[in-house]
Ligand binder design. Structure first.
Ligand SMILES: C[S@@+](CC[C@H](N)C(=O)[O-])C[C@H]1O[C@@H](n2cnc3c(N)ncnc32)[C@H](O)[C@@H]1O
Length: 152
């Protein structure tokens, strides 16, 4: 391990510190999203709009009771819950253990049908195939390999 830790530790450290300092809304929508107390409403609207597109264009392509990987489930588990409501099996993957604890809390009764998985999506190898891999507001946070090598 280098002076700054391995790249996987670096990613996990960043997201652990973000969830602790920014809270659930801040991690999902940015710290300034909640300045006027609007963060939760904006998140709900975005989730609803996204699910309209999912229901219209993506769901018809999926098998009933298929399985979805929510890569970067986030502290609100908002899309995993929507998928579970529609009868899909869901694996919610996140690099941050604290975030997964929040995700379990926010999933409420739907948490029983969601598998909460701790791991790094850049290294994750699943034991089974998915009908869909869903990744929202997360993929663009992953640094390209050329940046990561600075920390090795
Ligand atoms: C901006 S939040 C979005 C969360 C969720 N997709 C949503 O839209 O509500 C990004 C999430 O991705 C997680 N994350 C970041 N890098 C990851 C990685 N390499 N593997 C798995 N999860 C990761 C973070 O811990 C965080 O919970």
């Amino acid at each position: 391990m280098g002076a700054h830790g391995s790249c996987s530790t670096l990613g996990e450290d960043i997201w652990e510190s973000k969830i602790k300092s920014q809270g659930e809304v801040g991690v999902v929508f940015g710290v300034y999203s909640d300045v006027f107390g609007e963060g939760k409403r904006r998140i709900l609207n975005q989730t609803r709009r996204t699910m309209v597109y999912f229901d219209r264009y993506v769901k018809p392509l999926l098998p009933n009771n298929g399985t979805i990987l929510d890569a970067g489930i986030g502290p609100l588990a908002r899309f995993s819950v929507e998928f579970a409501k529609r009868g899909f099996g869901v694996d919610g993957l996140d690099i941050s253990k604290s975030t997964l604890a929040f995700a379990k809390k926010h999933a409420g009764p739907y948490g029983k049908t969601i598998q909460f998985v701790h791991g790094d999506m850049t290294k994750y190898i699943s034991k089974h195939a998915y009908s869909l891999i869903f990744c929202f507001e997360t993929f663009f946070h992953i640094p390209p390999p050329s940046w990561v090598s600075h920390y090795d």
